[in-house]
Design a protein around this ligand. Structure first.
Ligand code: SAH
Ligand code: SF4
Ligand code: F3S
Length: 438
């Protein structure tokens, strides 16, 4: 029997790419590959890429440069580029990077086994179609044990066309997977040891998929998933304010398995900029939503995304963003400098200077870090639920995530990964909490 071939996958970008990388590994498992953490022993290296900001895409070409010595040492090594840069610039990658054997987009990776056979013959392969068949129906099943947490993509693509964003072009139109399949996949994950599932979609709350009794919303899907024994926690990301429906807001108050954490990006606090971004809501409408969510679930911890320096953003517009952040009080957030992306409407508008972007990002990040620190410190002295995931760095220590998604470590806890316990928080460090079993 020949030894299995080894596959190394490096994942960039969002959680949907993390999910896709797992599925790609399973697809190539059918061609005899096992995954490795060590690129130098790999027979195939796949970069699963992100196109969202300029820096993210540039990383692909510099990473390909770093792979040259590995290819020189092992001429049989196959190198592939997957994900959103592959979708957007597939032909360009093959032209610019002769060491690349394979380019596969986010919607065609179920075809990897056939592509792999092709490149083994010495050919190059490119597939960035938006196929009519459902890739999820054409991926192999595995029975392998899983860790306590898993992602589950329920919806892909985006029809919103925010003026800055490449996702509608790289991921295509909004498509929801049938709820019946998702229930089956979630049951299977729970059987394999998963206790927490994070439902994923570029616009996850726009989800509407065929259920056993008609079309299901995301809230209905969450209620269906909550009935699965063994599954203890449900999260979802990323949601859009305009798809925050009444039943979903209500679910935050009614469904105990739905965790009290919500990532709800707003991008800007200025109505003028929100309009220019094509977000189709105002700052007040967003704040109204937050009020309703907090009325449903008072301990809800909020997270968001912000862009500073969008074309046309004045000092007053930026101050409106700072005001909105102060009004909400985020537990956690991501903030980015605007990055002009080819093919998006905002890329052709007059751009602000790098110095303005730097200064605004620094100020916003200082405020967000302060809020994050305050939210963590507010947990000290309180009891929270923690799902333990793995041993910590200290002997006898276990680490996991709280209901509010804070990293928590507990010393001397005789626990297995997957255990869920009440923990009293005793201290707060820069990115984690310390606690003791309650
Ligand atoms: N679907 C999600 C976001 C996907 S992209 C949503 O609609 O909220 C993740 C984040 O990247 C966005 O929320 C935005 O803050 C940021 N982003 C997207 N395009 C960007 C660009 N051109 N420049 C800077 N940040 C960007
Ligand atoms: Fe991009 Fe906007 Fe769609 Fe989010 S909603 S993926 S930011 S276009
Ligand atoms: Fe990046 Fe594609 Fe996700 S562009 S953020 S990997 S959808």
């Amino acid at each position: 029997m020949t030894a299995p071939r080894k596959l190394f996958i490096k994942t960039y970008g969002c959680q949907m790419n993390v999910y896709d990388s797992e599925r790609m590994a399973e697809a190539l498992g059918a061609s005899g590959y096992v995954t490795t953490e060590r690129p130098e022993e790999a027979d195939m290296i796949l970069l699963n890429t992100c196109h969202i900001r300029e820096k993210a895409s540039e990383k692909v070409f510099s990473e390909l440069g770093r792979l040259k010595p590995l290819k020189a040492a092992n001429p049989d090594l196959k190198i592939g580029v997957a994900g959103c840069v592959a979708q957007a610039e597939g032909a360009e990658i093959l032209r610019r990077a002769p060491l690349v054997d394979l380019v596969v987009g986010p919607q065609t990776y179920h075809r990897l086994p056939a592509m792999e056979a092709e490149i083994r013959k010495g050919n190059r392969a490119l597939d960035t179609d938006f196929p009519t068949e459902d890739k999820f129906d054409n991926l192999p099943k595995t029975r392998a044990k899983r860790g306590p947490t898993a992602f589950l993509t329920v919806q892909e693509g985006c029809d919103k066309f925010c003026a800055f964003c490449v996702v509608p072009y790289t991921r295509g139109a909004e498509v929801s997977r049938p709820a019946t399949r998702l229930l089956a996949e979630a049951r299977d994950l729970a059987d394999r040891g998963v206790r927490e599932i994070t439902l994923l979609g570029q616009n996850v709350n726009a989800y509407h998929g065929a259920g056993p009794d008609g079309d299901w919303s995301l809230a209905r899907l969450i209620r269906g998933l909550a009935r699965i024994d063994g599954l203890a926690r449900i999260r979802y990301t990323t949601s859009h304010p305009n798809d925050m429906t009444d039943d979903l807001i209500e679910a935050h108050g009614l469904e105990p398995k739905l965790m009290p954490y919500l990532h709800l990006p707003v991008q800007s606090g200025s109505d003028r900029i929100l309009k220019a971004m094509n977000r189709k809501h105002t700052a007040d409408q967003y704040l109204g939503l937050i009020d309703r969510l907090r009325a449903a679930r008072p301990d809800l911890l909020l997270s968001g995304d912000f862009i500073v320096g969008f074309p046309g953003e004045s000092d007053a517009d930026f101050e409106a963003t700072m005001d909105l952040v102060r009004a909400v009080g985020y537990g956690q957030a991501y903030s980015f400098k605007y990055s002009a992306r080819p093919g998006t409407p905002a890329a052709d508008r007059p751009q602000l200077s790098a110095a303005v972007l730097d200064e605004r990002l620094q100020r916003l990040q200082a405020l967000l870090s302060e809020q994050q620190r305050a939210a963590q410190e507010a947990m000290v002295g309180h009891e929270v639920g923690v799902l333990f995931e793995k041993p910590g760095r200290m002997p006898g220590q276990m680490v996991g995530k709280s209901d509010h998604l804070h990293a928590v470590h507990v010393a001397g806890a005789d626990l297995q990964p997957g255990a869920i316990r009440r923990v009293r928080i005793t201290g707060s460090a820069s990115h984690s909490l310390a606690g003791a079993l309650a």
